[in-house]
Design a protein around this ligand. Structure first.
Ligand code: PHE
Ligand code: ZN
Length: 877
């Protein structure tokens, strides 16, 4: 907990460590009440630091037992000093061995950072700064060393003892104890350290690398979940193969272990050779996991595996460089999913998420560049910006250099920096040097926050047969700077003829691949040999993370929805069409004009829905209109009640107008036999369930029965949950029965129960907040488990904007109270939960004041964690 105001740390203040560590030996004596950690490190001073004798070690919540230097006990205040941040060795020689003994209390650790227990088993989470809760050490990524770990524990309770690297020795001790020694042959920073001890079972498989080495693969879980690991194991093997094929990268140890735990603040962690995963990203079976779960598991298993090179072999110099490993690794996992499934569907989903959450963050008081210049609490910077916008910035290199050029850049990056802790400039330099390209202007993407806006206008000259695209880019002011420099924006374009075909592109008579490079605030591009006035398709495949503005007419958008050869832009044209409709409906609503949707609009969606040549998954995407959150972000100041009303109006209008089509498609896709998780089967389920959701908007007795039947007949969680999701919004006996059935059937399975909590929290029925409050008291709910908090409270605040933004402020007050409860126990989760309040300035004045009021209430609370303090104080500033 915080003492005084947390202070800000600046990138510009970075200095290299004075001491490096040659080897580190850790000994853990795991006990019922406390754990004793003995760490022995051999320090070596950087020769350039002659006079400096202070060695500063980080430490938090540690009980210090003893310190020895080269076998001699050190005296407090004479040889060392304890500070609020850690421990200072006052007279450290140029080299020496320090043995430090500390006592820690993992059983009392509710923050889930450092060493803690989950379901009675020990596990660790050290990124970013959790290692300092284990022992005194230079807890910074540019201090890399060789780790050896000894673990001692009671055999009966903790038969499995794991750490990074290879098991080199193990044995029995007195009093029913045993021990194991693990050695990691690769130097690593402390944040990649991991330890697991518990009553665990494992599944095992093998993978032979391209160069013929046989690697043992293991997934460890509590015994009752052991049957749900097959998909994760297969995903791991696919990831290992893919990284060899696409990037020439092989695994480098003899064993790769994954441990699934139920209590975890994040998704998963790439600890060297010993990943620790939130169990929701490991376990899958058709009855318990949705298609989306299957895809998420594969992608996160891939993500953590890909970190072995992008993160572990080459790591970050400091935490400002977080996007160096995260942006790059997200990009790699996106490409993995795209290569294995449908690239267009993957791109659409990623962009949908980016626009909904990252654009919102980039327009918030917490907006920051992908490489921030300062922070108070680094845990607050594991954000959509660092991860998802970071991945978009990595994608810019590939768009500009091509796949082959990008690969050359990666090869050079590994050749230069393997084994090092580096910066985003090093990555940019490797990409540029490998391709002899001038990419300097890309640096601005790392240093400037805010979503760039690109305004395009087109003029056509029939006599000259030329077409000019005029582009104006601007970047909104954000906390780190008011005035922005233009960024290098690759704008991929096409020009469509009246037939819908793409014109061959010539820029000033030179053949052009369609990628325009915007480098200035204002710029024109003239296409020649343009025989007719075209319709422009702009920002194809979302070639840069910008807001594209073009004065499209309704007719042009409908034309693009039908004809654009770029699947992403076909989808996006539909989203723009919907957004236009929402915008004008909101105006009509305000002026008391009766709501109506144009016949052309309805037909446009009908064409997509019934186009049998179009991949069902893409049809489903096209029919998934922008969410209430998207609308609120784009049409500010937002009135959530009005937004809900007009969106419901559009859904209902489409459901009524296209009822027959929805029914035909639904019934045709209804029964698919054996459950399969290939892209085609998932696409069909998706389309079927989108149809069902539309039918759910009809005020018709038949609908609840239809849902109840699908729920009862389903042989997989995707279909069962889709039916239940429709029912949850309808006040009917079928709803009550299905929820009860689901509860009774799955009460033994916490991950499935998370879905049950989440569904009810996102219901549009009037008493949802009371329901959520009652569910807090449910015997299977647990505020100390982050998955439960996210399922119930997170879903309410993020997926139920209408109720969360209730005009009386009850949703805000509820969230604030939960944030304060969490603040004391788990600051990281508390800080995530407070975020739905921070964009208060985007809402109409009544709600804005109520949101601000709750932020002020939180700010006034005594004993606020640094995590929550940073977010709340920045949003009120
Ligand atoms: N480094 C992890 C990942 O993205 C995320 C993580 C961060 C997990 C901090 C735990 C704590 O793969
Ligand atoms: Zn990651």
């Amino acid at each position: 907990m915080r003492e005084g105001q947390p202070h800000t740390i600046y990138l510009k203040d970075y200095t290299p460590p004075v001491y490096q560590v040659e080897t580190l030996n850790l000994k853990f004596e795991l006990g019922d009440e406390f754990t004793v950690v003995t760490s022995t490190a051999h320090y070596q001073r950087d020769p350039s630091h002659l006079g400096n004798t202070l060695l500063e070690l980080d430490g938090e919540d540690l009980e210090l037992i003893s310190v020895q230097l080269d076998g001699r006990y050190l005296q407090v205040n004479q040889d060392y000093r304890l500070t609020p941040e850690g421990l200072q060795i006052l007279t450290m020689p140029a080299q020496g061995s320090l043995e430090i003994v500390t006592r820690i209390y993992p059983q009392k650790n509710t923050a889930l950072e450092g060493l803690y227990q989950s379901s009675g088993n020990f596990c660790t989470q050290c990124e970013a700064q959790g290692f300092r809760k284990i022992t005194y050490y230079q807890d910074r990524p540019d201090v890399m060393t060789l780790f050896t770990t000894d673990i001692i524990a009671e055999r009966a309770k903790y038969p499995v003892l794991l750490s990074n690297g290879n098991l080199v020795a193990a044995g029995e001790l007195e009093e029913g104890k045993h021990w194991a020694r693990w050695l990691d042959p690769y130097r690593k920073p402390a944040y990649l350290f991991a330890l697991v001890a518990g009553h665990l079972k494992h599944v095992e498989d093998f993978y032979t690398t391209g160069s013929g080495r046989k690697v043992t693969l293991r997934i460890y879980t509590e015994p009752h979940n052991i049957s749900k690991c097959e998909h994760a194991m297969q995903s791991l093997k696919r990831a290992m193969r893919w990284d060899e094929q696409r990037f020439g990268l092989e695994y480098d140890l003899d064993i790769y272990m994954i441990v699934a735990v139920d209590d975890f603040n994040m998704g998963a962690m790439e600890n060297k050779g010993l990943n620790i995963f939130n169990s929701k990203l490991v376990f899958a079976s058709p009855e318990t996991a949705t298609d989306q779960d299957y895809i998420n598991i594969e992608s996160v298993i891939g993500h953590e595996y890909f970190h072995n090179w992008t993160g572990n072999r080459i790591t970050c110099r400091d935490w400002f460089q977080l996007s160096l490993k995260e942006g790059l690794t997200v990009f790699r996992d996106q490409e993995f999913t795209a290569d294995l499934h449908s690239p267009a569907v993957k791109r659409i989903e990623d962009v949908r998420m980016l626009r909904t959450f990252q654009f919102t963050e980039d327009a918030s008081p917490m907006a920051h560049p992908i490489r921030p210049a300062s922070y108070m609490e680094i845990n607050n910077f594991y954000t959509m910006t660092v991860y998802e916008k970071g991945a978009e910035v990595v994608r810019l290199y590939q768009t500009l250099l091509g796949r082959a050029g990008f690969r050359q850049g990666m090869d050079l990056y590994f050749a230069r920096h393997d084994g090092q802790a580096v910066t985003t400039e090093d990555f940019l330099a490797a990409m540029a040097d490998a391709n002899q390209a001038d990419l300097k202007q890309l640096q601005r993407w790392y240093d400037q926050a805010g979503t760039p806006e690109v305004k395009v206008t087109m003029t056509y000259d029939a006599t000259a047969q030329t077409c000019r695209l005029h582009c104006v880019q601007s970047i909104p002011a954000t906390p780190e700077s008011q005035h922005k420099q233009p960024q290098l924006i690759p704008l991929q374009v096409g020009l469509l003829r009246e037939t819908g075909a793409d014109l061959a592109l010539y820029l000033e008579d030179q053949p052009c691949d369609g990628i325009l490079q915007l480098t200035q605030a204002e710029q024109s591009f003239r296409f020649t040999q343009v025989p007719e006035q075209p319709v422009p398709s702009l920002l194809r495949n979302f070639s840069a993370p910008v807001r594209l503005v073009y004065p499209y007419t309704e007719a042009e958008l409908i034309f693009l929805m039908k004809h654009d050869s770029d699947a992403f832009n076909r989808w996006d044209a539909g989203q723009r069409l919907a957004m236009r409709a929402f915008e004008s409906l909101l105006l009509d609503l305000k002026q008391g004009i009766p709501l109506g949707l144009s016949h052309e609009c309805v037909c446009a969606w009908q064409v997509v829905l019934t186009d049998e040549n179009l991949d069902p998954a893409l049809r489903a995407e096209a029919l998934s209109l922008p969410s209430e959150t998207d609308i609120a972000e784009q049409l500010r100041p937002a009135d959530p009640a009005a937004i809900h009303q007009v969106r419901e109006f559009v859904l209902t209008t489409l459901a009524k107008a296209l009822r027959l089509d929805f029914e035909i498609i639904f019934y045709r896709l209804q029964h698919q036999g054996v459950y399969q998780i290939d892209a085609a089967s998932m696409g069909k389920r998706r389309l079927k369930n989108v149809c069902l959701a539309y039918l759910g908007h009809l005020d018709d007795q038949a609908v609840p029965a239809l849902c109840a039947e699908q729920y009862a007949q389903a042989n997989n969680m995707t279909d069962a949950l889709a039916a239940l999701a429709v029912l949850v919004d309808i006040d009917c006996p079928e709803r009550v029965a299905a929820l009860q059935h689901f509860h009774d059937r799955w009460q033994h399975d916490p991950l499935v129960m998370d879905k049950w909590f989440a569904l009810q929290a996102s219901s549009s029925l009037p008493n949802t907040l009371q329901q959520v409050q009652q569910l807090l008291e449910h015997p299977l709910f647990d505020m100390r488990n982050p998955n439960k908090v996210r399922a119930l409270i997170g879903s309410f605040a993020l997926r139920n904007p209408w109720h969360f933004h209730a005009a009386d402020g009850s949703g805000y007050a509820f969230l604030a109270e939960r944030v304060l409860w969490l603040n004391e126990r788990n600051p990281q989760v508390a800080a995530r939960m407070v975020r739905p309040l921070i964009n208060w300035r985007h809402y109409e004045s009544g709600r804005a004041q109520l949101m601000r009021g709750q932020l002020e209430r939180i700010q006034a609370h005594q004993g606020l964690s640094a995590d929550v303090y940073e977010i709340v104080s920045k949003s009120l500033a």
